[in-house]
Design a protein around this ligand. Structure first.
Ligand SMILES: *Cc1c(COP(=O)(O)O)cnc(C)c1O
Length: 486
């Protein structure tokens, strides 16, 4: 299997190269040359780690099968508390795919606990001995998940950039207390897009790359623009389907709809890959918060990043430029020149419009909707009071949209992307309580009220020492990168 750039088909790489490099040199994203077809029925009988190895090997063809079997067994066992890909029943026809049983309590652990192993092996496959410097822009969850995955991995340095005040206090502490000799964390003045644009500028700067190359350092990305981030996420769509089969809620071949709380369009795009590989996926419903740029795009065909930016209670979805949409545009149009032109327009004018035929094809697979802040709070309360199900703010965005888009007779799986204890103040307030200022006090009160126990990793943050307090401007991200020595 080879990969090529969404903006230039002639740039062809292996899976190891795609993972080591992250982004194609001219700014495009790597996509697989075709969609491998798999024996879905057989895969549905497998345990999660085996399922993951079998799906990954279709794409990562220059990795050995033994390596993939070991890596997935190490990643998706104890670290996920035996709950990798766990599907919780919520109400008639609706279930929640709980993706937050990993070490940092957000779905990003699925990719970022595995990625370091994939990267180290990619370097080995390619015979590379340089130091890898990973730069991560994060709206909260990616940063911690990447730090946890990459800390103290030999040959790797990681620097994380998050928007000041753009994360919950728990998310901030998760990053600021990160241990490890090879990690660094910076607050960036501005919002997530400012941080992401700053990081992208460094990746696109040939001068910086050349200076670092002289010191035998190479830049790489852990953001979901990296193929290694996307591919592990395909697996849990299969796992959800397998559990519905086992529970007797569907028979093989029945279609299942998925509703996904969306920011950078990575998680939902993984569902599109699962569908293209043969999984009977019905509709993929894209759920947005008040930053509803994707709802507008999927409805009208015009993507406009030039709009008001809202800070919401679902900060990991406070995004105006959904990078992974570029991959979908490539798969639907099949044209690198067309995608390059759309992305040029986005860069220069802040918007683009796809052809009506393109929109029509996208709409065959994707539904959409968005939730206001009031609706998110109402949804948390409704799910708790009516179904006894406690969810976080991001998941609530999706529950609200799922209700509007639920089709008679078609099971709906809502992707639950974070533990409610990661956003304890918002969840408490939604349940009708006055939240204490302090996140830990709120966490405790949420435990008392609901009888649920906060994940140990979150509760333990209280005792940990803060290591990082630097605040920088987006332009200074380049200086940070250039500060690294071999
Ligand atoms: C990152 C994140 C999302 C959005 O996922 P994308 O792949 O960026 O669309 C949703 N919910 C939570 C909790 C997240 O951390």
């Amino acid at each position: 299997m080879h990969f090529f750039s969404t903006r230039d088909r002639s740039r062809i790489v292996t899976s190891s190269e795609a993972i080591a490099q992250g982004l194609s040199d001219e700014g495009g994203l790597f996509v697989p040359e075709r969609f491998p077809q798999v024996d879905v029925k057989n895969i549905c009988g497998m345990d999660y780690p085996v399922m993951a190895a079998v799906i990954l090997k279709e794409y990562l063809t220059d990795y050995s099968e033994d390596f993939l079997a070991d890596a997935t067994a190490q990643t998706y066992g104890a670290a996920f508390g035996g709950k990798a890909g766990y599907l919780a029943p919520v109400s008639e026809g609706v279930s929640a795919l709980e993706l937050w049983h990993g070490p940092t309590c957000a779905f990003k652990d699925y990719a970022l606990q595995l990625m370091p192993k994939l990267l180290v092996e990619a370097k080995k496959n390619l015979g590379r001995t340089e130091k890898t410097l990973i730069l991560v822009a994060t709206s909260g969850d990616t940063g911690k998940a990447a730090l946890d995955g990459y800390h103290d991995v030999p040959g790797i340095e990681i620097a994380v950039f998050y928007p000041t005040g753009g994360t919950s206090e728990i998310q901030r502490l998760q990053m600021a207390t990160q241990e490890g000799a090879n990690v660094a964390v910076f607050a960036v003045r501005g919002n997530f897009d400012d941080a992401q644009t700053g990081v992208k500028r460094v990746f696109g700067d040939k001068n910086i790359a050349a200076q670092l190359a002289q010191r035998n350092i190479r830049l790489s990305s852990a953001n979901s623009i990296n193929w290694g981030r996307l591919v592990p996420q395909i697996v849990y769509y299969f796992a959800a389907y397998a559990q519905l089969l086992k529970a007797g809620k569907i028979v093989f071949g029945d279609k299942v709809d998925f509703c996904v709380p969306t920011g950078n369009f990575g998680d939902i795009l993984a569902g599109y890959y699962a569908k293209q590989m043969g999984l009977p996926v019905g509709r993929l419903v894209c759920a947005s918060n008040e930053n509803n740029v994707l709802t507008d795009f999927l409805t009208t065909g015009t993507y406009t990043a030039k709009r008001a930016f809202y800070k919401t209670t679902s900060p990991s979805m406070d995004i105006l430029v959904s990078s992974n949409l570029e991959r979908l545009l490539f798969h639907v149009t099949g044209s690198d020149t067309e995608v390059a032109a759309l992305m040029k327009s986005l860069n220069e004018t802040g918007s683009y419009t796809v052809r009506p035929e393109t929109l029509a094809v996208i709409q065959e697979s994707f539904g959409c909707g968005w939730s206001s802040e009031e609706q998110v709070a109402g949804e948390i309360r409704a799910r708790y009071e009516q179904d006894g199900y406690l969810c976080d703010t991001h998941t609530a965005v999706a529950f609200h949209v799922a209700e509007q888009q639920k089709r008679e007779g078609v099971p709906m799986v809502v992707l639950s992307t974070a533990s409610p204890f990661k956003f304890p103040r918002s969840v408490l307030e939604a349940l009708g309580h006055t939240a204490p200022e302090n996140d830990f006090a709120a966490m405790q009160e949420l435990e008392t009220i609901t009888g649920h126990t906060a994940p140990a990793g979150l509760a333990a943050l209280r005792q940990k020492k803060e290591r990082f307090d630097a605040v920088i401007d987006p332009m200074q991200i380049a200086e940070v990168a250039l500060g690294y020595q071999a």
